[in-house]
Write a protein that binds this ligand. Sequence first.
Ligand code: SAH
Length: 393
Amino acid sequence: MKTIRLHPGKERSLLRRHPWVFASSIAKGGADSGETVRVEAADGQFLAWAAFSPASQIRLRVWSFDEAQHIDAAFFSERLRTAIGRRHTLGIGLTACRLVHGESDGLPGCILDRYADIVVLQAGSAGIERWKSALVGALRTLMPEVRIYERSDAALREREGLPQATGWLHGAGDTQVDILENSLRLQVHVATGHKTGFYLDQRDARVRFAGLVRSQGLRRVLNCFSYTGGFTLAALTGGAQQVVSVDSSAPALALAAQHVALNGFDAARATFVDADVNATLRRLRDEGAQFDAIVLDPPKFASSPQQVERAARAYKDINRLAFHLLPPGGWLFTFSCSGGVGADLFQKIVAGAALDAGADAQIVARTGAGLDHPLSLHFPEGEYLKGLLLRKN
Ligand code: SAH
């Protein structure tokens, strides 16, 4: 077993159970990609077992802080069983659910999303790449009924020095499945959809939105960055009369339109705009359009700390434009999924946007990802999604 020795003082974050060690903290030692190493403080004290990633700035990701723990196939099987068990005890239906949420479930870099009989694996770290077949074996034992599809094509693979990898790991056949979310039928295309196919993390926000539209009797809804129409269906469920969905992906909008039909809603209530959101918001403002509620759920604007400033401007722009399109009493459900933009900063950006639009608003609720995306107390980076539900004064 290879040993990695840290610089003096660099053991502190590990002692606080944070699962990452950056390259600059390492004094001595190296290993192969994904290899398990023993991590020691400068004085030789044992700190953790971790996976080594030679290409990544995040050079080590911790498997365990317990010196007696063996990192073997049984370890991964146990972590997987625990993660799935947690969803069971929370009463989350497992047919459209995140089964493993990376660091927060003790499996750094590992995402497992289940859609009906397909589980999608995203291996985002050298360690998970190395133990992939052990994980697949464990999953097959725990869930013999599922097929397993790999979507390791996210940009972060590059940072880990790993090639892209997609395709069946177990089973074969159609990569398109039907799921039920909040009693709505949705199609997920695991081979071609975004991320692992769908944005499971917004499930709770969508239910909340449907309830809001219903309780407030909201009629005109604008859903920006609609993807396959998650919030569009929520608005229709809540009784909205006119829902406009904007996205720059034609296939996503086509699927959104299919979803409207699949769930038996009148097609006349839904309009789809294949265009840039920013340009569309400007056009709508110039036309004097008004909506009772607007959803802004953009893609990640900042994927590194260097991009935060530019991202802040982009968030501010769309939120400012949205405020112009709301009458007094109108609702804005606005999100950021950029890890680098914290909840405080996001709120400041939105406050600035309101000010620039000459508007004022109240925060009625704050939202985050659902219960199947738990957050480790020691890993604040896991909190990437934040939402503000605002009512314009
Ligand atoms: N709200 C969605 C998820 C949004 S993901 C849901 O509930 O499922 C972000 C979406 O923004 C993607 O569908 C992507 O195609 C779209 N997108 C990214 N940049 C865009 C832009 N500039 N204008 C319009 N849509 C954009």
